[in-house]
Design a protein around this ligand. Structure first.
Ligand SMILES: C[S@@+](CC[C@H](N)C(=O)[O-])C[C@H]1O[C@@H](n2cnc3c(N)ncnc32)[C@H](O)[C@@H]1O
Length: 581
């Protein structure tokens, strides 16, 4: 069911409006301007499954007395319009809306039917974690599952969300927190919005940025589509980024459409702010400095996914996130001056910083009207001992997590992400000239790398067959030729894979995307690794034989030296190779 703005009164049901709409996008969101002032209060539902009838929840089931709520809401809307500062109007939906095409209808032959069965003595077995559909991230189709109504694998379809609650952070706008204890792996909420094409996403992102809008809500859905939750969305749109997140996004096939869910990466205690890593999915416009406060913070939001616009900044004196002086810029893990960055972050800009930590201290403007609890305290990086699960404090997991953080800077950036962002910069890939050709350093690039470090240099190719001829030992020759064959095979494999995935890569290239689908990236990485390994084997074999193998005597040697075996010194062989090469 969609909760659209009723025509009368213009109150976006369960959504929010604020005063002065024309000002909204340029209004900015500096701490001071966004704050609604001490003592002000406003109203929001719990973000749990309050919009559905099927799932019994203890949160207020608004839909069940919708007409009443609508009337009440209309009265509230005027109050809210005056009181809710800093939140841009949006329409609350709990199902994606398709803008550039129709919602696909699942064909009968595409319905995946699992082989689970409901057993009253073991209800968990009804489409639990062993269900074939669950294993392939596909929801069972209602009416077709052997477990019938007991099927537990229709969470998106039934909006089986965890209970969550909106709150105001200081410095990062609004955020969402757990309003119940959440188990690891639990589905928390769907990231709903308008499904649009990549082109449209790019266009909108630019338009939003031109309008001065700072919060960005566009995430990637698949290779050709995005979800834009700017104008319409679920409460998933309020989940902030963290470089040390407690949630993650997962894509599920639901009735033939891909949908994005936020899932718990770990057990999450009630009152804890929810966060996920935007790096894979987020396509923000301006570069925004990350205020997640994690020790492993990468500095910027979506630093790896880079977004639709490169190198565009919004400068705001009164907002920590948009002021980037002294912060070195980078766009790949190997170039990240981690310690310097951290130093810079530690020593600058955090108005409330205590030894480099951010204290999002008392925030009296907690959005909790429906549930009637008190305002809450948000402290980022200053751990609050969690004893009472009903406490109103927003908890951060900094202490425990800090102990788990690898101190090795190489581990600082998520591996998968680094792999994907390197698809265009690893040496195997460079052979295909994705992006600027070897040795070409674009203007933009040199801006990002002030030392102008070129990323790729033309390589001299050795001719292993020629080199093999130099060796007296047939084993050495065979080994070298064998290695060369392996290298050729690996190169051919990479070539054919490239042809296969070229459309996906080129599409991303056109749209200035850094990331491609993970499955494509993984294939590419595997083939690249094979090729690199084959090259490594070949070169190490050459080196080994240069040092240890007798050189072949080419011309008939003089009689007296026939029995002599010439051993090449590495020096003489090196000059021989130079000639050959
Ligand atoms: C999807 S919205 C999240 C909800 C947003 N806080 C709000 O008030 O509507 C993403 C925006 O939130 C802000 N944001 C999220 N995580 C942040 C972080 N770790 N540091 C700074 N800003 C953050 C940025 O402005 C970003 O464009």
């Amino acid at each position: 069911m969609k909760n659209r703005t009723p025509s009368a009164g213009g109150f976006p049901c369960l959504g929010l409006r604020r005063a002065n709409p024309p000002k909204r996008v340029r209004e900015g969101r500096g701490r001071d301007r966004r704050s609604s002032g001490a003592g002000s209060s406003w109203f929001l539902p719990s973000a749990s499954s309050s919009m559905r009838e099927e799932i019994p929840q203890s949160s207020v089931p608004l839909d069940s007395f919708f007409p009443l709520v609508r009337g009440f809401a209309y009265v509230l809307s005027s109050i809210m319009d005056q009181q809710i500062e800093g939140m841009v109007e949006y329409i609350h939906i709990d199902q994606n809306e398709f803008v550039h095409r129709k919602h696909r209808k699942q064909k009968e032959e595409d319905i995946a039917i699992c082989d689970c069965s409901y057993n009253a003595s073991d209800p968990e077995s009804a489409c639990g974690e062993r269900c074939l559909n669950v294993l392939t991230s596909t929801e069972c189709t209602s009416g077709c599952c052997p477990c019938g109504e007991y099927c537990r694998n229709q969470r998106f379809q039934r909006n089986q969300y965890a209970r969550t609650k909106l709150f105001r952070t200081e410095g990062r706008g609004w955020g969402l927190l757990a309003d119940e204890n959440i188990k690891r792996g639990q589905f928390i909420i769907e990231y709903c919005g308008e499904v649009i094409s990549w082109k449209e996403a790019k266009r909108r992102s630019q338009a939003y940025e031109n309008q001065g809008m700072k919060d960005a809500f566009i995430i990637s859905l698949n290779a050709s589509e995005s979800i834009d939750a700017t104008r319409k969305g679920s409460l998933g749109r309020f989940i902030n980024h963290s470089c040390q997140p407690n949630c993650e996004t997962r894509k599920w096939n639901v009735l033939g459409e891909i949908r994005v869910g936020i899932f718990a990466k770990q057990d999450i205690l009630i009152g804890t702010e929810l966060s996920y890593d935007y790096n894979f999915e987020w396509y923000g416009g301006a570069k925004v400095r990350c205020l997640c406060g994690a020790v492993t913070c990468s500095g910027f939001l979506g630093a790896k996914s880079r977004g639709f616009q490169e190198d565009t900044y919004l400068w705001e004196d009164d907002d920590d996130r948009y002021s980037v002086e002294n912060i070195p810029l980078y766009d790949s893990a190997e170039d990240e001056p981690t310690s310097k960055l951290r130093e810079a972050l530690d020593s600058t800009h955090f108005g409330h910083s205590t030894h480099g930590r951010v204290d999002f201290s008392i925030n009296p403007n907690f959005a909790d009207g429906w549930r009637g609890t008190n305002s809450i305290t948000v402290r980022q990086q200053i751990p609050i001992p969690i004893q009472d699960p009903t406490s109103n404090s927003v908890k951060t997991e900094t202490t425990e997590e800090k102990n788990l953080i690898p101190q090795n800077p190489q581990n600082v950036f998520p591996q998968r992400n680094a792999m994907i962002s390197r698809i265009k910069s690893n040496s195997a890939c460079r052979n295909y000239q994705i992006g600027p050709g070897p040795g070409v350093v674009s203007k933009k690039r040199s801006k990002n790398f002030p030392n102008g470090k070129p990323k790729s240099l033309p390589q001299k190719q050795l001719d292993p067959k020629l080199i093999a001829q130099l060796f007296a030992s047939s084993e050495a020759r065979d080994e070298l030729l064998n290695c060369e064959d392996m290298r050729k095979d690996a190169t051919e494999q990479l070539d054919s894979l490239y042809n296969e995935i070229r459309p996906a890569i080129e599409e991303h290239e056109r749209d200035s995307q850094d990331s491609v689908a993970t499955s494509v990236a993984e294939k590419w990485i595997e083939a690249s690794c094979l090729k690199l390994k084959a090259e490594f084997d070949l070169y190490s074999s050459v080196i080994k034989h240069v040092v240890f193998t007798p050189r072949k005597v080419e011309a008939e040697p003089p009689e007296e030296s026939k029995s002599d075996v010439k051993y090449l010194t590495s020096e003489s062989t090196a000059s021989e190779f130079q000639k050959q090469a």
